[in-house]
Write a protein that binds this ligand. Structure first.
Ligand code: SF4
Length: 450
């Protein structure tokens, strides 16, 4: 049977879809990218915004016509919205055959087999820690050099705007040996870069304790150290860390380990201490800047990206200006700037002083303008320099040119040389830059000049 898998949302969802595809392929299902060819359609859904849920429900809703035409197909919903809405989805969408929440994904093949054998509808949303170890299979779509590994699941922090702790459950971590085993297998399949994933990834191994550990304790640093030793692995990245876990041990490990990339996604959310408090974020703007300063002193070429919410309930012009000031002070090289939208089921959705949409739009524009100007300037400073790039392959816009990323996560476009392969590390001399990309010429491939 052919399975079509559609993924909404974050990298964790992409990772889960990859694992589900891997488990199904191992049981003889064929994974197809063509929706119309599929016998089984599975939607891996996101709950972070109401809009994300509406989009998925809209898409799945119109499949009622397809099901009428082809009554033998199976339609399933998995992931965060499945966890969040459960039985309501089966009630609202009578053509859906199964709904499987985030804690049951490792059982998806056996649940699907039951649905097919008995032609019944199934709802499974129990939390089960076995999902952590049961999801290490990978499905490879062709030639790939990068892969995700989920190292923690769930979150205990309960930021007041966020639905994740309710749909992904309490924070749990895998064992280092188990993660290392998965990484070694991926490298044997040709993977050169691993992105470690967790909703609160730097809290790895702390047993769900939300209090930051002492300066010399960081199980996450121990994990990075173990993975750094894997022969053939070139680069390690991770996302998303909560700022408070960057202690002396973790910063020293990041600086000392050659495979840990010098680019860090460090969610700020707001530069106003009053708004951070209202968000239930347990750090101040000053503490955030202090962490950035420590990281910069230890890793001078590090680049930062972040998440920002504008228009959080109660955000005044002064609060907004504080965010703008902190953003400019850090000098982020990328930022995901969100206009706050209430998420049903969270504390912030019940807050009274909601900010008008027009003000959110204006604040969003101002921060985006600042960002674009700043990144264009940062990139221009790289003109004439030689940077190391991991080759990804032909550029999507112009397949005669190739692309790859620097360790600081800058997309770089260059003319290919004979024998170049995805995953190679090359040296590129930068000749032109924009706010989005660097352009240049190869000067060396794998140590050999071109
Ligand atoms: S730390 Fe991240 S995932 Fe956890 S509640 Fe806060 S925003 Fe959500």
């Amino acid at each position: 049977m052919k399975v079509y898998l559609k993924t909404y949302g974050c990298q964790m969802n992409e990772r889960d879809s990859e694992a589900v595809a891997g488990m199904l392929a191992a049981r003889g299902y064929e994974i197809t990218a063509q929706e119309e060819d599929a016998d089984i359609l599975i939607f891996n859904t996101c709950s972070v915004r109401d809009q994300a849920e509406r989009k998925a429900i809209g898409k799945i809703g119109i499949l009622t016509r397809l099901k009428r035409r082809k009554p033998d197909i199976y339609i399933g919903i998995m992931g965060c919205m499945a966890q969040n809405r459960g039985q309501a989805l089966l009630d609202e969408l009578p053509h859906v055959d199964f709904v499987i929440g985030t804690g049951q994904l490792h059982r998806l093949p056996e649940i699907l087999a039951g649905v097919i054998a008995q032609r019944h509808r199934e709802l499974r949303v129990e939390e089960d820690h076995a999902v952590l170890t049961g999801m290490s299979t990978h499905f490879s779509r062709g030639n790939r050099i990068s892969a995700y590994i989920a190292v923690t699941r769930g979150c205990n922090r309960f930021c007041s705007y966020c639905i994740v702790p309710y749909v992904r459950g309490r924070e749990i971590s895998r064992e280092i040996a188990d993660i290392k085993h998965e990484a070694i297998e991926l490298v044997a399949q040709g993977v050169r870069e691993i992105m470690l994933l967790g909703q609160n990834v730097a809290a790895f191994g702390l047993g769900g304790n939300i209090n930051p550990p002492p300066p010399d304790v960081s199980p996450f640093a121990d994990l990075l150290t173990e993975l750094n030793d894997i022969p053939g692995l070139q680069r390690l990245r991770f996302t998303s860390p909560y700022p408070s876990y960057f202690n002396a041990k973790l910063i020293a490990a990041m600086a000392a380990l050659p495979k840990v990339c010098h680019s860090l996604h460090l969610p700020l959310q707001s530069g106003s201490n009053a708004i951070l408090r209202a968000m239930n974020r347990h750090y101040t703007a000053e503490q955030y800047l202090d962490i950035v300063g420590q990281l910069r002193r230890a890793i001078p070429d590090i680049t930062f990206s972040t998440d920002i919410i504008v228009g959080f309930p109660g955000e005044t012009e002064t609060d907004f200006l504080a965010t703008r000031r902190v953003m400019n002070e850090v000098g982020f090289d990328n930022a995901y700037i969100f206009k706050y939208s209430p998420r049903q089921g969270t504390v912030a959705a019940t807050m009274l002083d909601q900010v008008p949409q027009q003000i959110k739009e204006e604040r969003n524009h101002i921060l985006l303008d600042d960002l674009n100007r700043r990144v264009a300037k940062h990139n221009a400073e790289l003109r004439g320099q030689i940077v190391e790039v991991m080759v990804e392959g032909p550029s999507k816009r112009n397949c005669e040119r190739w692309c790859g990323r620097t360790a600081t996560n800058k997309m770089t476009i260059f003319d290919p040389a004979p024998g170049l392969e995805p995953g190679d590390l090359v040296q590129v001399k930068i000749t032109r830059t924009t706010a989005m990309s660097l352009f240049g010429q190869l000067t060396a491939t794998g140590g050999a000049p071109v």
